[in-house]
Design a binder for this molecule. Structure first.
Ligand code: PXL
Length: 275
């Protein structure tokens, strides 16, 4: 028998939807964050047959049951080293999730809010304008946020432009997001000619990291990004290094998914590369 020295395990609450098909949200977060060695507890926000990028989907909002999950966890005195939130199913739910974070976080817990709402200038079909406004309250509670460019625009009341944004504008946007509360931010998926940029804010320092664009947009890559970011933050890894590594990992997954002709709506074959 031989044991490597094992660190004390961290426990993470995953507040996200379960989409049965289409490789996103919980079906990405659970395997990825477990892979990094953390215990995952799931608090479903809604249950779908498949994600909302498809022309049809079954969608059941789980708001009415979330409070029962939370009440039972309270009785069991569960606490969390990390809380990661993603896709939310209703406006009321945002208030429940905000209360959940306030109650269940410990002094040193890391809270990541992925303000899942929109992409490519368009809101996801189950989101409403008032849900987007409420999302700002959740962002204020986060240590880390991972908006894509469209979500960063919504959160900062910046009109989305198909023609792109100047570096000055992006800089202004990320500082506005930091003023809302989080001290680590990555704005993902910024088109920079033939590259994809990720703009990072890390405790006052701003960096733009770029990777070569491999192919068209694929579902679930934002969920993959957020999952690796929270997992590595809990492992005390530096933020900039994690973002760089994550962007390269996703690029590798995108290339392999193209090679296998996996449809873009089915996301990326990250499972083959986790090891
Ligand atoms: O990947 C973001 C996401 C998560 N969950 C659901 C979605 C989407 C994006 O379309 O529809 C249900």
């Amino acid at each position: 028998m031989f044991f490597k020295k094992v660190k004390k395990q961290k426990r993470v609450a995953l507040v996200n939807d379960i989409s049965g098909f289409g490789r996103c949200s919980m079906t990405v977060a659970l395997p990825v964050i477990s892979h990094f060695g953390h215990e995952c507890c799931v608090l479903p926000t809604s249950i779908l047959s498949n994600h909302t990028g498809y022309p049809n989907f079954f969608f059941e909002d789980y708001t009415k049951n979330m409070q029962s999950f939370i009440d039972n966890w309270r009785q069991l005195k569960v606490d969390f080293d990390g809380i990661a939130t993603g896709f939310l199913g209703s406006e009321d739910q945002i208030l429940i999730v905000a209360d959940f974070i306030r109650e269940f976080r410990k002094k040193d817990s890391i809270v990541l809010v992925d303000p899942v709402m929109a992409d490519h200038g368009k809101m996801y079909s189950s989101y409403t304008n008032s849900m987007c406004t409420k999302m700002k309250d959740l962002v204020a509670l986060a240590d880390i946020i991972t908006p894509n460019l469209t979500e960063a625009c919504i959160l900062t009341d910046t009109p989305y432009s198909q023609d792109g944004f100047s570096y000055e504008k992006l800089d202004e946007m990320i500082k506005k997001l930091a003023d809302m509360g989080p001290n680590r931010i990555v704005i993902t998926g910024i088109p920079v000619h033939e590259h994809i940029g990720n703009l990072i804010y890390d405790n006052g320092k701003i960096h733009l990291l770029k990777v070569k664009k491999a192919g068209p947009f694929r579902a679930g890559t934002g969920d993959l990004f957020a999952s690796i970011v929270i997992a590595e933050a809990l492992n005390q890894k530096p933020f900039k290094t994690t973002v760089k590594k994550t962007a390269r990992f996703i690029l590798q997954c995108v290339k392999a998914s193209m090679k296998q002709q996996i449809p873009e709506l089915e996301g990326v074959c990250f499972e083959q590369f986790l090891r």
